[in-house]
Design a protein around this ligand. Structure first.
Ligand code: SF4
Ligand code: SF4
Length: 257
């Protein structure tokens, strides 16, 4: 019996194929560094969140994909995959707002979790960035940036953290264009290095999806939207406005990893 082989193949300077091979089966998770927005959705959506240690299931701090810093892997790429943990499920390719990841099974682009109904399909609304990269929004919600910084250069640096051009400096304040903002994890993470700037992102719900989600969906909702978003998701399938009002009355609980 042949053992599975797992390897990372550098296709060119920017594209990495994370390959799993056993008998006739070949699965490839393809990553293109030029497209990565460092949004952080892949890290949150990856279902590899536990590990069996001494027969017990223990939570993992790192999933199978994330920034080299998150994954404790040395690399010049924006995002890396841990071959020991990855199960080639393709959840990261399903959510990626920048079309950075693709999953191929025996040479064909496939998302079995969508095909078997575990995950629903997004209604696509693609926007082209100035540099030609394509981006889509996968969640809806709101963002609030509080800027007490007085140094305009520092504010400019913070504004540049956004890979989709959603932030702009207005004198000593920061504005966000909610139509461009993909409500990602990037500026929240970045704000940890800026003493006088703070960010609150509320991911209220996934963008319109086609089809009825299966049980995988619940775990994903919790990890991406947080408790508040998950509650809203459940209440709001047909009653989004009512759910918004209920959550406002209850007071928002801000949950960020
Ligand atoms: S393919 Fe699945 S297990 Fe692998 S990094 Fe992506 S989400 Fe995680
Ligand atoms: S402004 Fe929006 S799109 Fe830009 S980094 Fe922040 S959350 Fe992401």
């Amino acid at each position: 019996m042949s053992l599975p082989s797992k390897k990372a193949i550098q296709v060119d300077e920017n594209i990495t194929d994370y390959q799993y091979k056993m008998l006739n089966l070949e699965m490839v998770l393809r990553y293109d560094d030029t497209k990565c927005l460092e949004c952080g959705f892949c890290h949150r959506v990856c279902p590899v969140t536990t590990q069996i240690v001494d027969g017990k299931e223990v939570p993992l701090k790192r999933t199978a994909i994330g920034t080299p810093e998150q994954m404790n892997i040395k690399s010049d790429k924006k995002t890396v995959v841990d071959l020991d943990k990855c199960i080639w499920c393709g959840s990261c390719t399903w959510i990626c707002p920048g079309y950075t990841l693709e999953l191929f099974i025996d040479g064909q682009k496939k998302l079995l979790l969508v095909e078997n109904g575990s995950l629903p399909e997004f209604e696509e609304e693609i926007r082209e960035l100035e540099d030609g990269r394509k981006v889509r929004k996968v969640v809806e919600g709101s963002i609030k940036i509080t800027c007490n910084e007085t140094d305009e250069k520092i504010i400019e640096n913070f504004v540049d953290e956004c890979a989709v051009g959603a932030m702009s400096r207005k004198e000593k304040d920061i504005e966000v264009d909610i139509n461009k903002c993909i409500l990602c994890f990037k500026c929240t993470e970045a704000s940890k290095n800026y003493e006088n700037i703070s960010v609150e992102v509320h991911r209220d719900r996934f963008k319109q999806v086609k089809g009825e989600p299966g049980s995988v969906w619940n775990g994903i909702m919790l990890r991406v939207l947080g408790k508040e978003g998950k509650i809203k998701g459940i209440i709001s399938r047909t009653q989004n406005k009512l759910a918004d009002a209920v959550m406002r009355l209850l007071g928002r609980e801000f949950i960020e990893e």
